[in-house]
Design a protein around this ligand. Structure first.
Ligand SMILES: Nc1ncnc2c1ncn2[C@@H]1O[C@H](COP(=O)(O)OP(=O)(O)O)[C@@H](O)[C@H]1O
Ligand SMILES: [Mg+2]
Length: 357
């Protein structure tokens, strides 16, 4: 019963509201990331969950019990939570084995039980052969594995991680993402993971809460955030996108100047005409030398290649569609080469157009 709930959770520092009425509920065993730019309130939210910071308003609940509210905060050590910080802070004067055993000894387990559990978790994080080493004799990635083992070995009800990989180099960061998810699949500890790195959040999480200026803008599974962003901020923060002004007319999207009509996947029942903003991913736009005549009747418009960059895995083109001032980013595979100034056709997959606020 480790259901974790944030209800209207708010933190003010003086005049400044840094966490603003956050609602979020994790099911037992769920892995949720708080993702957003630096300063958006991620760490403050995590510290309120851990009990280090008192909320100004709202509450943190565990299994239906309020554990944080204004004026009443259950101390961190009585929450059954483990937290890992950016600077992983394993004790330099203790060996790997001693670091991991520390929390278990505090819980007064028998020496035999401590040895068994430490040995087991060190095998899981592939550090068994280094149990006698001191932190100074380990690489950054190995130290991070020790920090993870130490946090998990006590079987916390909730695991909290604050940018745990940001001190590692790029290759190791990528490896550790998968490692963190593998550990989660093995132990199913309810986890809140703070990061500003969208790839990290996507690789590890069941759901991602995208934060902007103290608010949660959207909470969804990674692929839904990408394909169905609901706000301009989310569309731009998760991957790259084209934002296009358009009109909603009687349940169809009219793209200004293109003379195009697209039936959206999420039409509105109440007709009428109003301006809308569309998010169209660069790789969802088809790029063609001749007018496409696909059987699916996708809307197509002519345009000119205005710019291009070769990125190895893709070409990154900028296409100016005829009759519209837009400059669309369009990605294409490496063998699809177009020159700057070339006349091309682009077409849109209606299923991959999202209406955003
Ligand atoms: N103790 C504090 N006193 C005053 N302002 C704070 C304090 N802690 C954080 N802040 C401010 O709150 C905002 C959010 O900070 P933080 O939660 O650390 O963001 P993030 O982790 O997303 O980078 C920042 O503008 C930060 O300067
Ligand atoms: Mg932070």
């Amino acid at each position: 019963m480790s259901r974790l709930s944030l209800r209207g959770l708010t933190k003010d520092y003086g005049e400044l509201t840094v966490v603003d009425r956050i609602d979020l509920t994790l099911t037992e065993g769920e892995f949720v990331s708080l993702l957003g730019p630096s300063g958006c309130g991620k760490t403050t939210t995590l510290r309120m969950i851990a009990g280090f910071v008192e909320p100004t308003a709202g509450a943190v609940e565990m299994a239906g019990k309020v554990i944080s509210s204004p004026g009443s905060v259950l101390p961190p050590e009585r929450r059954g939570m483990s937290m890992i910080f950016q600077s992983y802070a394993i004790w330099p004067n203790m060996t790997v084995q001693e670091n991991v055993a520390f929390g278990l000894k505090l819980r007064k387990l028998s020496a035999e039980e401590v040895r068994r559990r430490v040995g087991q978790i060190l095998e899981v994080v592939q550090m068994g052969h280094l149990a006698g080493r001191y932190p100074a004799e380990l690489s950054g990635g190995q130290q991070q594995r020790v920090a993870l083992a130490r946090a998990i070995v006590v079987k916390p009800a909730v695991l909290l991680l604050d940018e745990p990989l940001s001190n590692l180099d790029a290759n190791l960061r990528e490896e550790m993402r998968f490692e963190i998810r593998r550990l989660h699949d093995e132990f199913r500890i309810t986890t809140v993971y703070v990061t500003h790195d969208q790839a990290e959040a996507m690789a590890t999480s069941d759901r991602i809460a995208v934060m902007n200026a103290g608010r949660i803008e959207q909470v969804d599974a990674p692929h839904l955030l990408y394909t169905r962003p609901r706000t301009r901020f989310v569309a731009g923060f998760i991957g790259r996108t084209n934002l296009l002004e358009a009109r909603m007319e009687n349940g169809e999207i009219g793209l200004d100047g293109f003379g195009l009509k697209v039936a959206p996947t999420n039409p509105e029942p109440n007709g009428g005409t109003r301006p809308v903003l569309l998010s169209v991913r660069p790789q969802s736009i088809g790029l063609h030398r001749n007018r496409p005549s696909g059987p699916d009747g996708r809307p197509a418009v002519p345009g000119i290649v205005a710019q291009r960059v070769f990125l190895g895995e893709t070409w990154d083109y900028v296409v100016q569609p005829q009759g519209n001032g837009a400059r669309l980013r369009v990605t294409a595979p490496p063998l699809q080469v177009h020159e700057v100034g070339e006349a091309v056709w682009i077409d849109f997959d209606p299923r991959q157009i999202a209406i955003v606020e």
